[in-house]
Design a protein around this ligand. Sequence first.
Ligand code: BG6
Length: 507
Amino acid sequence: MDIKPLPEAITPVEACTLVIFGGSGDLARRRLIPAVYNLLLDGLLPDKYAVIGLGRKPMTDTEFRNLVREGVIAHSRQALVEDTWQAFERHLFYIQGENEDAQTYRALRAKAEQIEQTMQLPGNRIFYLSIPPSSFASVCEGLAQSGLATPPAGSAPYSRIIVEKPVGRDLASAQQINEVTGKVFDESQIFRIDHYLGKETVQNLMVVRFANSIFEPIWNHKYIDHVQITVSEAEGVGTRASYYEEAGALRDMIQNHLLQLLCLVAMEPPYSLDPNVVRNAKMEVLRCLRPIVGKDVEQYTVRAQYAQGTAHGQPVPGYRREKGVSPDSITETYVAVKAFVENWRWSGVPFYLRTGKALPKRASEVAVQFKDIPQILFNANPANPQPANVLTLRIQPDEGLSLRIISRVPGTRAQTHPVEMDFQYSDVFGCPSPEAYERLLLDVMAGDASRFMRRDAVEASWDWVTKILDGWAQQKLRWLPEYSAGTWGPVEAERMIQNDGRTWRIL
Ligand code: BG6
């Protein structure tokens, strides 16, 4: 197979220290430490590195290593290999501290310096904020005052900060978080994570569009009827009710993941892969999103909550009955939005976005539906129209791409039938794709911000989403439309798309 390296493959990664705030938390155990371990297994980590977990729980380094070892066994993409693990765990350390306590940062600095000296690390530091946003200010201040956060300066060791979501709950709070981090770190040092941007198929969106000559000429309102972006989750709210009650599907998924997918589908071709060139192109899309305000909120958005139902044969309680959820909650667990990108390329093309919890299965995709062919020749019978061509990029779980075309059925009866030209990653490339966090952590080590959210983009998407939230607040609903758990969402969402003469795709 003739495999060509992408330009990004040559970015060098220097030795560094990764400090994880929230080091004993779920994200660190399930995703972050397994991601670093997989980078090691794939030979992508620099020779010298250290990981320091920082958390409230008192723990020794050994206890921390045992804790995250369990996380790696349970969640790592590649199985734990005993001798590699033994080598890896010598690079893992733990420090206990409160984020609000100045002493924490003095102790962290002392520990980091001691480790860096022993392991001959140059002092490049990455601070990962896997903690609630209410602590961001204290952490940034603590890092600044202890001298751990240093400004960017040529060849001097770098300081970088990774900010986990949620970056705010509306425009004002997002701006506040950006102010707080921006006071201590320069924008070039801040990496706001949206883990969807690290997913293999999401990265492939740009390659499909800009490394093939056949799509770009037809990628516009003249040939495309509409786009559907679906992120469907089978799980209910699980153990995250306290966070989710305050968020809901619009904030949790649309503001970041789905809008980022929309940007990748709709953006103009960037002239290079320079992070700011790519992010400028995406930013243009956000600027062109038609605001959904006033009466449009009712017409262009649907929100709903799951009611009692079944998933995989098991009963699922309604959302309001989930542990930690208020019995009169109006937090949406499903949202569908009809969005428009008001520029020349996309004039009049609806982008239907939908996402929800407790849906029939976990499946995410971007589907680009092309216009119907004229009603002549093979499409002459209006009672039996030919289905349109659809290009589908499957993000998860069975990553791949397919194109629906109409074919003649062999035989003498002169019949046609839609067929799928299908490409599955696993069939062609064999190995499972890296987890998003692997790609993204490596990007931060390399200083490549193209797959991270720039401040203006975060604020632009919050601006658009906040207008919808304001519209919803004015509706003063006491209950939301419902859908039974394990079904494809509320009837209102069906109606929204059917009113346009279209239907949701069945995944
Ligand atoms: C997170 C949301 O950002 O993405 C979760 O907070 C959601 O509610 C998750 O479940 C989905 O991510 P993935 O990678 O499992 O599709």
